[in-house]
Design a protein around this ligand. Structure first.
Ligand code: MG
Length: 415
């Protein structure tokens, strides 16, 4: 069955893959089978006709999946393919499928930056790296032997009348052995497994072109199968594409962090908007009295700022000089004196004016009193006709006392 989208397994975050199989235009049924159970990927191409090839390939895929090692071990993976061979032979002997049924098997297991490969037949595994495709499996076929001998080219092999003759396959020889090896893979590598329904229909260069033009593994698998169909689709065609993602886990974690950061940012923006709305409501209803260039002024808003933004606006300069006010009032004005309303602010300013007037009047009175005192201290001590006579302790004037004294003295003289 064709997958509809790329697949990624939490247990293998570095791998992303897609797969597709198609019966093609010429065959009545699909004898290919595949498994994409990360980190194992298998393609088997069945042979033997209806109710044989597909049975053999299905048995092989299931046995390889069951027997594949749980860690990197290409020898063990090769043994799994050889066990599949025994299973196909055994099934045929027991009447399952048809006698003589068989299949190819190309299996890979990817662990980190190593890939184990086990292979029998003419299904293939390609590695696309740095823009170039390399076939990493060797076909066990008659035409491949001709190519190896230099008798025909690879392009000639694709259309050679004997191209379907397989020299090694599962299902016939109990002593069959699988090629197996391990190679290094890198982040950014693309692994392509396919049945010969792809490689016999389009050249390796065309596979490379399609693989390079497709952004995702599933997109690539779909496009390669379609290319084989467009080229004729004479055989069943199966393709698995596995991408070794560039720091997939890190990228996924980064995406999660980015999503989290975005949510936090949205929350912060929401809070800031709410705060600004709240501030604007508060600021719009608040008043205070402060100073502006040495002058008492009335402001609308709150004394202070929010991230550098003033939370107030000047509404009136009052003409009242700050330095005319007591030191404590001057200090309070620097910090802003809250007012319940504009009228309240004006009342405060009016009280300052009154206070200043009172203080000025007191100062004037004090100055006048001081001036008078200074004048009295500077006047002559001789009696002045206009100056009231000093009063004695008995309440009599000095003149009366003196007259009385003289009268008393005269009386004595007469007496
Ligand atoms: Mg085939």
């Amino acid at each position: 069955m064709a997958a509809s989208r790329d697949i990624q397994d939490e247990r293998h975050p570095e791998l992303v893959w897609g797969a597709r199989t198609d019966v093609g235009h010429a065959r009545p049924h699909n004898e290919d089978s595949y498994a994409d159970v990360a980190p194992l990927f298998v393609v088997c191409d069945g042979m033997g006709g209806h109710e044989a090839g597909e049975v053999a390939s299905a048995i092989a895929v299931n046995v390889i999946a069951d027997e594949a090692p749980i860690a990197l071990d290409d020898t063990a993976l090769g043994a799994a393919v050889e066990a599949a061979n025994q299973a196909v032979i055994g099934a045929s002997a027991q009447g399952v499928g048809k006698e003589g049924m068989g299949c190819t098997a190309t299996a890979v297991q990817i662990f980190g930056e190593k890939m184990a490969v086990a292979h029998v037949g003419d299904s293939r595994c390609y590695l696309l790296r740095a823009g170039q495709i390399v076939r990493i499996t060797h076909d066990h076929s008659y035409v491949e032997e001709l190519v190896d001998a230099g008798e025909i080219t690879a392009d000639e092999a694709r259309v050679h009348p004997a191209r379907s003759i397989i020299t090694r396959a599962l299902g016939s020889d109990p002593e069959m052995y699988a090629d197996h090896f391990t190679l290094d893979v890198e982040k950014g590598d693309r692994i392509i497994l396919c049945s010969d329904g792809l490689s016999s229909m389009i050249a390796d260069e065309a596979i490379e072109d399609v693989a390079l033009s497709c952004p995702t593994p599933q997109n690539c698998a779909d496009a390669l199968v379609q290319a084989a169909l467009d080229a004729g689709g004479f055989d069943n065609v199966t393709v698995i594409v596995v991408d070794i993602a560039r720091d997939a886990a890190v990228e996924r974690h980064a995406r999660q962090l980015a999503r989290g950061a975005f949510s936090i940012l949205l929350g912060m923006v929401g809070l800031m908007i709410a705060a600004l709305v709240g501030f604007s409501l508060i600021v719009g209803k608040s008043w205070f009295v402060g100073s502006e260039n040495g002058e008492v002024a009335i402001y609308k808003g709150i004394h202070g700022d929010f991230f550098g933004l003033n939370l107030y606006e000047l509404t009136e300069r009052t003409g009242v000089v700050v330095t005319d006010l007591p030191d404590a009032t001057q200090k309070s004005l620097q910090e802003g004196i809250a007012a319940a309303s504009e009228d309240d602010a004006r009342a405060t300013v009016d009280s300052y004016r009154s206070q200043i007037d009172i203080d000025r009047q007191k100062a004037a009175d004090a100055e006048e009193a001081a001036a008078s005192a200074t004048h009295d201290e500077g006047a002559p001590t001789t009696a002045n006709p206009t100056t009231p006579a000093p009063v004695t302790p008995q309440g009599e004037t000095t003149d009366d006392a003196q007259a009385a004294t003289a009268e008393q003295a005269g009386g004595e003289d007469r007496g």
